[in-house]
Each structure stands twice: as structure tokens, then as C-alpha cells.
Design a protein around this ligand. Structure first.
Ligand code: AKG
Ligand code: MN
Length: 221
């Protein structure tokens, strides 16, 4: 056990990786009633969508529902889909502020996943898109049904498993996206839904409209 990341937080940090990056698990990061309320609020308020992705030239539906929130310029490309962020919901902005105060890191966006039941999943991947930078810090909150989060070392295949409980927080940082891949596999045992929030900092990228506004303006310097 270590204090880690959230000094003074109610939950203790449990390191889950043996090396080559850090991942800390905080079991009861949110009290159960707050986690219940947040789950119900997000399930109801978020305009959940099932996106399509292209894999090996074949288009298929992403096996879960998603939504992307963030600052206006936090545009993000995920599985070949360019996402414009929805404006922060107050409940998400409050969590972002808490993470920023605790870590000193910035989080300008959050990717939300809704796993409707054990048939929904996320396949092996690393959050290593160029706009996240070389050593991103990712704060991942879990609500609802418990799911197993697996990590596999890219070089030696070493596996680590972590049960992500209702109200928990997992913080991945350092080389964790370069040295490890992660997934949430399908599970017949899971009947209920789960919401996952991953707070990230993406490099701000103006879209064509914003570029047009600034083009032709004299350089301020
Ligand atoms: O649902 C989770 O815990 C992980 C989701 C994830 O890895 C992602 O959205 O990149
Ligand atoms: Mn991920």
C-alpha cells in the first residue's frame, strides 16, 4: 500500500504493475452513494452512441457505447474516428477539477464507455495516440458492474489482472502505455451495465473553421 497520487484521499493506492510504467488502483475512490448517483446521472444524460470502426479493411460496430467530453479544442481521433468533444457536464468537470488539483496534471477531455452487459468489451490496445503525448497520465473511473481489466507487457507478454469495482479509480502513468497493452474482455458472467470514464489530456487541435478565423491575421508577435 502507498499513499501515492491522492494525498489525503479516502482510498489507498495499490500499485498493480511490476515495472515499466505505473498503474495505481484506488478501491473506494468514490463513496458508494456518490458512485450510484453518478452512474444513474450519466446513464440518463449522456447521448451514448455506438460508433463504427475500421479494422483490417472491414467496418464494424464498436462493441460498447461511447461519448467524448472536453474543452472545445480537445479533438481526438480514436479507431480512425475524429471526435469533437461535447461540452463538460458539471459532474464530469467536478471530477476533472479534483484530478487536476490532486495531480498537478491537466485533463482537458474524458472518453466515456458504456458496457451494456458482458457482451460489450474493449480489445487489446494502448492509449498511445500521438495527441496524448509520450507518457500520458490517464485517470479511469469505474461505475456499475465489476469488470476485469487486463494488462499485457508488450515485450514479454507478462499479464496483470485487476478487478475494477464500482466507485474505483485506476491511474495509469509513466511508460504504462508504451510498455503495456490493456483490455476489458467479454464475460458471460456479467449481466449488468458498467460506465467507465477516462480523463486524458489531448493536444489541442483547431478544426478547419477555427483555422480559417486565424488565417490571414497578422502574427501578434
Ligand atoms: O473500460 C475500461 O476500464 C477501459 C477503457 C479503455 O481502455 C479505453 O477506453 O481506452
Ligand atoms: Mn484504453
Amino acid at each position: 500500500m502507498q499513499r501515492g497520487f491522492f494525498s489525503g484521499a479516502p482510498a489507498e493506492a495499490v500499485p498493480i504493475l511490476p515495472g515499466d510504467g505505473e498503474a495505481s488502483y484506488y478501491r473506494a475512490f468514490l463513496p458508494a452513494t456518490q458512485a450510484d448517483e453518478l452512474f444513474a446521472h450519466l446513464e440518463r444524460e449522456v447521448p451514448w452512441r455506438q460508433e463504427r470502426m475500421r479494422m483490417y479493411g472491414v467496418e464494424r460496430l464498436v462493441p460498447r457505447l461511447t461519448a467524448w467530453y472536453g474543452d472545445a479544442l480537445a479533438r481526438y481521433t480514436y479507431s480512425g474516428v475524429a471526435n469533437d468533444p461535447l461540452p463538460w457536464l458539471p459532474a464530469l468537470a467536478a471530477l476533472r477539477d479534483r484530478f487536476e488539483r490532486a495531480t498537478g496534471a491537466r485533463f482537458n477531455s474524458a472518453l466515456l464507455n458504456l458496457y451494456r452487459d458482458g457482451n460489450d468489451s474493449v480489445a487489446w490496445h494502448a492509449d498511445d495516440e500521438p495527441e496524448l503525448g509520450a507518457r500520458p497520465t490517464i485517470a479511469s473511473v469505474s461505475l456499475g458492474a465489476e469488470r476485469v481489466f487486463e494488462l499485457a507487457h508488450v515485450a514479454d507478454g507478462h499479464r496483470v489482472k485487476c478487478l475494477l469495482e464500482h466507485g474505483s479509480l485506476l491511474v495509469m502513468s509513466g511508460d504504462s502505455q508504451r510498455c503495456w497493452r490493456h483490455r476489458v474482455a467479454k464475460s458471460r458472467a456479467v449481466e449488468h451495465s458498467r460506465i467507465n470514464l477516462t480523463f486524458r489530456e489531448v493536444a489541442a487541435r483547431p478544426n478547419a473553421e477555427e483555422r480559417a478565423k486565424t488565417d490571414g491575421r497578422p502574427d501578434a508577435r
